[in-house]
Design a protein around this ligand. Sequence first.
Ligand SMILES: Nc1ncnc2c1ncn2[C@@H]1O[C@H](COP(=O)(O)OP(=O)(O)OP(=O)(O)O)[C@@H](O)[C@H]1O
Length: 639
Amino acid sequence: MEDDGLILNICSATKNNNDTAHKKPSIRAQIKEAGGSWKERSKVRKIIKSQMRKSTQTHVPLEHDYNTVENGGYDLNKEVIQKKLSKNKLAFTVRREDSKEIQERSKKSITTTQPQQIISSLFTYNPMIPSIKHNYLPNDNLPSNAPVNDSNSFIGMGLDADLVAHIKEKLNAEKPTDIQCKAIPLLLNLNRTSSDETIDVDVVIQAETGSGKTLAFLLPIIERLIRATKSIKSNSSLTRSLGTLAIILTPTRELAKQTLSVLESLLSISPSKTTNNRLQHWLVPGVVNGGDKKKSEKARLRKGINLLVSTPGRLLDHLQNTRSFSVENLRWLVLDEADRLLELGFEETLQKIIQMLADRSDAYQKIKQKNCLFDSDTLPKRRQIILCSATLKDDVRRLAGQNLFNPIYINGIDKGNEERSKPKNNLKLFTTPNQLKQKCIITPAKLRLVTLTAILKATFKRHSESISSEKVIVFFSCCDAVDFYFDLFANAGNLGQDTDDDQKANSETCLISTVIPNLMMFRLHGELSQTLRTTTFQTFSSTSSGVLFCTDVAARGLDLPNVSKILQYDPPTDIKDYVHRVGRTARLGKGGEAILFLLPSEVGYVDSLEDQGINTQNVQVDTVLKNLQHTTTNNSCIG
Ligand SMILES: Nc1ncnc2c1ncn2[C@@H]1O[C@H](COP(=O)(O)OP(=O)(O)OP(=O)(O)O)[C@@H](O)[C@H]1O
């Protein structure tokens, strides 16, 4: 699927683990089970089982066990260690040379073990968790992506008064954000001279997640079209059959639909005296999207979609196969989440799209068909490319070198963040919202599920009949993991009992959890039907409380209101994806919390985050597990 990268949570075997495997082959491996009658084989299997049971009961913690402790694999609490050490004297004498070291290590281990550990009844002890050495630098928590008070107003930037009143009423946007202050005047380009046709240069916008980049590029486009509409006297020149004037490309279908709805609400501006309803009359927004019916899209393209939002594959398909799709008048090509669009899988498609658009408008220029709309000075005289993302790096610069015209880079990184982030290399840093509380929790594999449950339980506390109004997103590495955990939380205890129920669950947008009473559970990934994806996205957007289990299909661009917490059950392989995942909360100056789950073997991830200027606070599993026993009054489940 184009939307879902399969990211596996692979932890490489350490040297010590390898040694362990080498020194102590399993009993099963030593006994040949093949051959003989089934009765004999069954007998052998029983013997093996009982030997294995005995072996685990009498197993003494040997040197390599403690080596794995250091690597975060195991920990034996005081009782278990002492019991095992005293019980098996034989093994103890055999490995006498190791014993002193063992005792030393066990002493260390015991002293570091918390006195009141919460241990799941499934296990006899909690594995030890390696401590991570990093300097957590608490920041001032001042919002970095909120509208700026001392900014120039939208009207001061040159936006139409009706449009400004409209965005205030519809989107509650009164003051521009930092990136909007920088990008809107540049893209409006009001200081151009009509003689200089090349002045509308390409623009690269990089700013934090949730800082209003969508309006930063949509408002100037709409404003310039309003101005062009006003400048033309005859209505006959303004018709949707002028074809597509702007294309906005997004990497996922959900983001395409979201961008379309922003466009629609911008264009639902009430008819003013000046535009006299003409804007709505001819300017038609639309979407063409993988997963939708191509036939109806073709019909709409034939009639004319002036502002088109699309995913790359479907756009290329229409460019190649829909003859009535008119892009000769195209004035803007926006690549939203540009770095994702340039990743493997999309890059080739994108290059073909850019080439086809260039060929078509060149051919058109030769025919020199004219419309007075394009004679006005308000529209760009050439196709302007706008790249946009919170995480732009060298891949974008490569495209910039090849396809962009005199690109201008606008960076929304605020001063506070720049100072806070101390780069260890020369790479450009990614920034995350200043007010976002970022935490990491090192959990051994066997405690991960119980830790997730504890966090969700603490977040969705019961208040008599209802639960806390919180919205949480949990990211997993792949579609199967989402389905597995969704089934677990939604259907625990009923798994696999009724296939009709399973089918029903697969087609339902939301289920009530059987683990956490009253909790509404949603899931989103690239293998679900398009209808289910769309309804899930819409329902989770509008709900006031619930949890969404998803893959990275929901990581980029989605503006899901009031999400208070992001959990990353599997860390993403790319730090860029980390930035986008956590960016689903703490949007536009609001607060938020992000918790990253790491296996003991993955602690190095914290350093990689630090290299990018991302600072996480380490939280102990024990603190979280206590929430299973106590309902804390503190809203933050992990302190
Ligand atoms: N100036 C503003 N005042 C109030 N709200 C705004 C303003 N600008 C944008 N918004 C709202 O802020 C939210 C986030 O905006 P948007 O989705 O464009 O962020 P983004 O920077 O594109 O984030 P991401 O990188 O995650 O895609 C949206 O709900 C949008 O309507």
